[in-house]
Design a protein around this ligand. Structure first.
Ligand SMILES: [Zn+2]
Length: 332
């Protein structure tokens, strides 16, 4: 079984070398490095040194454009959004929100520069992590009639396509427009990435919400530039369990994977683990394995114990269980 771990929060190459060696010894075959805008602007060469160190330890290198432009998952801020407020998404009530519009040419150009940097480092994969449009609920908005994006550019494109003004109340055309815009975005970005010599992996959010997330999972998965698809049903933070969440999401990904001949990668939660529920991690991996998944990764190395926001209640126990899981499943 292919096993991976995400890695972030440390940019000292000497320390990272010890951690990467440890990962390899635990049974990992790849590492998913987060690559934030901060990394891109201030740690570019360091990141390449980290990727080299991973390769030297026999680990495949996946790179996660972390929270770039506020449209991917990740605990990181965006300089691009500060510098380019004209690219922000606009809600139907006119409020501008700090998430780049997927139709913004300026944003796509920026993302391509980031891809160039990652490609120059000879990484193996770009890992597109939880792409989504603006999600009002995540912003604390209770009014479910709120949506984005209705920026000037989206309005122009909508009118060209449907021959009437983009409405302020979301209808089927709005949802279809958002999905087709997201599809075009991925078509262009994944093609560009492939041309630069990198493989594309996408992690879909474990919830399919037509109006807000508006990423057409199946259509994106069907692109011939996409190598791997998957999802991250983090049951502890969603207040769910393995059977009612991890299982159906995994089945759904396997179904799409089979339909379009894609590899499937599933994530399990190794952060914010509540006390005495650590064994559920093993059950999650076992469930994924039994359903047919052969590529599983944990968020994150060392259970993210270094990051207080993500730390588990008993990080040492989490780490002990993680070690057992990796040594057991990597051999299967
Ligand atoms: Zn827009």
């Amino acid at each position: 079984m292919k096993m991976g771990m995400s890695y972030f929060g440390n940019r000292y190459v000497e320390c990272a070398k010890a951690h990467l060696k440890n990962m390899k010894e635990m049974g990992a075959s790849y590492v998913v490095f987060t690559f934030s805008e901060n990394d891109f602007f201030y740690y570019e060469r360091t990141m390449q040194e980290l990727f080299d160190a991973a390769h030297q330890n026999g680990l495949e290198v996946w790179v996660d454009p972390w929270a770039i432009g506020g449209i991917f998952g990740g605990e990181a801020f965006s300089k691009f959004l500060l510098d380019n407020p004209d690219t922000w998404q606009v809600r139907n009530d006119g409020v501008r929100v700090p998430h780049a519009c997927l139709n913004s040419e300026k944003f796509k150009e920026f993302l391509k520069k980031l891809v160039n940097s990652i490609a120059a480092s000879k990484a193996d994969y770009i890992f597109w992590d939880e792409p989504h449009w603006y999600i009002p609920q995540w912003d604390g908005v209770k009014d479910d009639s709120v949506w984005a994006c209705r920026c000037e550019h989206c309005q122009e494109l909508f009118k060209e396509k449907y021959d009437y003004d983009m409405p302020t109340i979301a209808n089927d055309n709005v949802v279809e427009f958002k999905k087709s815009s997201a599809f075009s975005f991925f078509k262009e970005m994944s093609r560009y990435t492939e041309e630069k010599g990198l493989k594309n992996a996408v992690c879909f959010l474990p919830i399919e919400n037509e109006k807000d997330i508006s990423i057409p999972y199946e259509k994106v998965a069907s692109l011939d530039t996409i190598d791997t698809i998957g999802s991250d049903p983090y049951w502890y933070i969603f207040g769910r369990n393995i059977d009612d969440f991890v299982k159906p999401v995994t089945k759904r990904m396997l179904e799409i994977g089979r339909k379009y001949s894609k590899k499937v990668q599933m994530w399990f939660q190794g952060y914010k683990v509540p006390m005495n529920r650590e064994e559920e991690m093993r059950k999650a991996v076992e469930t994924m394995y039994e359903l047919g998944v052969r590529n599983v990764a944990v968020w994150s190395y060392n259970g993210a114990a270094h990051m207080s926001y993500l730390r588990s209640e008993d990080p040492q126990k989490v780490n002990r269980v993680l070690k057992e899981i990796f040594s057991e499943f990597a051999k299967r």
